[in-house]
Every structure is written in C-alpha cells, then in structure tokens.
Ligand binder design. Structure first.
Ligand SMILES: Nc1ncnc2c1ncn2[C@@H]1O[C@H](COP(=O)(O)O)[C@@H](O)[C@H]1OP(=O)(O)O
Ligand SMILES: [Mg+2]
Ligand SMILES: [Mg+2]
Ligand SMILES: [Mg+2]
Length: 355
C-alpha cells in the first residue's frame, strides 16, 4: 500500500512536538522559569524559547524548503547572555531516548549561536502560497506559569489550508473517556498517567496517543461526543477573562439551556478536549475589540476538531482563514461544536453579541 498523504510530515511533527514537550515539562517543574514580559505585556519563558528551537531544528532537518511562522524571536536572548546560556543548557540536553527517533529529528543543535538563528527562522510572514508551518512553542504560557494546562502546537498549512496538526498536552489525562472536571485548568499536574498528543491529517481523521519519551506511541481514533440535546453540553472557555468574554459566554449558555458550569482551561488543550469528547463546545468570545488572533493559536486545534466531527468558525459562522499572514485578520473569536449543533450555537452567539 502506498503511504498516506502527509505521513512523513505527521510522523516528524509528532516526534518534534514530543521532544519539545518534554523540554517544557522540565521547566514546568523548575522554580526558575526565566520569565520575561514581551512588548504586548504577555509572558515568555525559557521553555517557550527552547521548545521553539527544537521544533524548528527538526523541521529544517526534514523539510529545508518549508517556511515557518512561529510565535517567538531570539532578540531577548541575543541581548541577555545569561538567559541565552540557560536556554542553551536546556536545548543541548533535550533528546528523545530512542536513538532512531532522535536521528530522524537531526540530533542536537550545534551551538548557542545556531540556536538563536534557528529560533529566528520562525519569522515567515505566512500567506496563501506553499508549505508553511505554524508553531506555538508554549500555548497558554500563563497556564504554564500557574501550574495549569498548556499545549505545544504545530500545524502545516499548504496554500493557506491546514493539512496536519499536532498538539502536545502534558497535563491532560491520557484516557479519552475521562470527562472534564471543573478544576482541570487550575489543578493540572503531569503526574504519572498524564500527557497526551493529539493529531490530525486533513481527510484522515483525528487521533490521540500517550506522550512518550522515545518514539511515538500507537494511536486511538478520537471523535466528538454525540449530543442528544444541546442543553446537556459542557462548554470550555479560557481561564483568562481578558482572552474571552466570560459574561457573553454565560449569556449564550443560558440561551442554549446549558446549566452545567463551564470548564475553564488555558490553551489549545480546549480543542483537544472537545475533539476527544471530554467536553462538547469551545466558546472564545472577543473580550477586546482590537485583539486579532494569531494563526499558531488555532491552526492545529481547528483541524483536530474538524477531523473529529466538529465544526470550527468565528462568532459570525465564518471558517477560520489561515491564509492571510501571521494573524486571523478576517475572524473574530472562535466557536467550536459538533457539526450537527454548530448552527444552533451560532444563532445563540449572534443573538447575544448583536444585542
Ligand atoms: N488579549 C488576548 N486575547 C486573546 N488571546 C490572547 C491575548 N493575549 C494572549 N493571547 C493568547 O491566547 C492564548 C491562550 O489563550 P487561552 O488560554 O485563553 O485560550 C495564547 O495563545 C495566548 O498567547 P500565548 O501563546 O503567549 O500563551
Ligand atoms: Mg505568548
Ligand atoms: Mg498561544
Ligand atoms: Mg505561546
């Protein structure tokens, strides 16, 4: 049998995300996270820089022609010798325990200077032509710092359309059958039995597998949970009130007859959770009129939910458009739901937001 389309891209993406996620876990457990505030006042840590370096190095080794859009840049590391050395110590020590897998990723980065150049290779403008990877090395950095959920995110777009998506979620349960509890966002740990990789290839379905330390584990297919009645839904939203309007979410839930409290969780772990049927809806309602969402915050999650039987749009019901550059310039907010109830959710969203 001929290998399936994008099978090499998926394999490398899974390995690369796995290796980077292991690096972030070591920072998650350390007291010194090397946190800086960026110009938009959002935090970045040594874990973000290190994970971005490892993922880009793996992509460059395997797909040297491809472009890369990644969240972070090396400027702060070029200006701060101590911070650079700390990140370099993390990166040079990061490897998968399986030698073949490590080889497939191209092995270690050669020097601190090479590491900085690799981090800055994520500066593509994006767009609607050719192969472009989108990387969020730590999505939900605030959750990461709080000891909550976060995700290592990688997507491949071809001509502006997402074809492959991988999310590494070290603090989510391995089992797809565990329903969400209210405190999953706030009380997350990556103790034994935690850590999952979600993935999807366009037209080939969505999968989960345990996060491993060597090569990739075998997958299970994941699906959104059938909902007999929308009023029984569990919905997920951000922990951060500044990222998503929680008042609007409550009003929409009430309109839909939903009585269960929302589950608040940081990062694209929300997309992975509803894709595996651990929750049902994801509501991200614009909290600030001027905020424009970034493609790396949604590319992998959007595909994983759609391949698991869901529909993902903005608050007006438009598909997310990844072809416009580094941002989702043409979309406001995100509404993800099982296909057959998505229309009903959008009607409720419009009726509340247009008030
Ligand atoms: N003002 C904002 N509105 C919406 N999202 C934001 C804002 N500032 C940062 N983000 C990004 O939102 C995502 C996390 O949101 P949430 O956990 O609420 O879903 C992250 O990607 C975060 O970036 P980062 O990758 O730096 O953590
Ligand atoms: Mg950030
Ligand atoms: Mg992010
Ligand atoms: Mg990030």
């Amino acid at each position: 049998m001929a290998s399936q389309e994008y099978s090499k891209e998926l394999h490398i993406a899974l390995l690369a995300v796995q290796r980077a996620t292991l690096l972030t876990k070591s920072v998650f457990h350390s007291h010194a996270k090397g946190t800086l505030n960026k110009s938009d006042a959002s935090p970045v840590t040594i874990g973000d820089f290190g994970a971005q370096a490892l993922i880009i190095a793996a992509l460059q080794h395997n797909f040297p022609q491809d472009e890369i859009v990644a969240e972070e840049e090396a400027k702060d590391l070029r200006e701060n010798d101590q911070l650079r050395e700390t990140v370099w110590d993390l990166v040079k020590g990061a490897s998968l325990s399986d030698a073949t897998a490590e080889n497939e990723l191209g092995g270690s980065i050669s020097s601190p200077e090479a590491m900085l150049d690799i981090i800055d290779k994520g500066n593509s403008k994006g767009g609607n032509r050719g192969r472009i990877w989108a990387i969020d090395p730590i999505d939900g950095t605030k959750g990461f710092l709080r000891g909550g959920q976060y995700a290592v995110c990688l997507g491949l777009m071809v001509d502006g359309d997402v074809k492959v998506g991988v999310l590494g979620c070290p603090n989510l349960p391995v089992s797809d059958s565990e329903r969400l509890s209210e405190n999953i966002g706030a009380d997350a740990t990556d103790a034994e039995g935690k850590g999952v990789l979600f993935s999807a290839v366009l037209g080939q379905g969505a999968q989960s597998r345990p996060l491993s330390k060597d090569t990739v584990s075998s997958p299970s297919s994941i699906h959104m949970k059938p909902l007999a009645n929308i009023s029984e839904a569990t919905f997920c939203e951000s922990v951060e009130a500044g990222h998503s309007s929680q008042g609007d979410a409550a009003a929409i839930a009430q309109k839909l007859g939903i009585t269960k409290p929302s589950v608040r969780m940081d990062s694209q772990a929300k997309y992975g959770s509803i894709a595996r049927g651990a929750g049902d809806l994801y509501l991200r309602l614009p909290a600030r009129k001027d905020y424009v969402e970034k493609i790396w915050d949604h590319a992998a999650g959007d595909l994983i939910v759609r391949e698991a039987g869901g529909q993902v749009t903005d608050v007006e019901g438009k598909r997310l458009d990844f072809s416009l550059g580094r941002t989702l310039a043409n979309n406001k907010g995100v509404i993800a739901a099982p296909k057959d109830v998505h229309g009903e959710v959008i009607e409720a969203v419009k009726s509340i937001l247009n008030k």
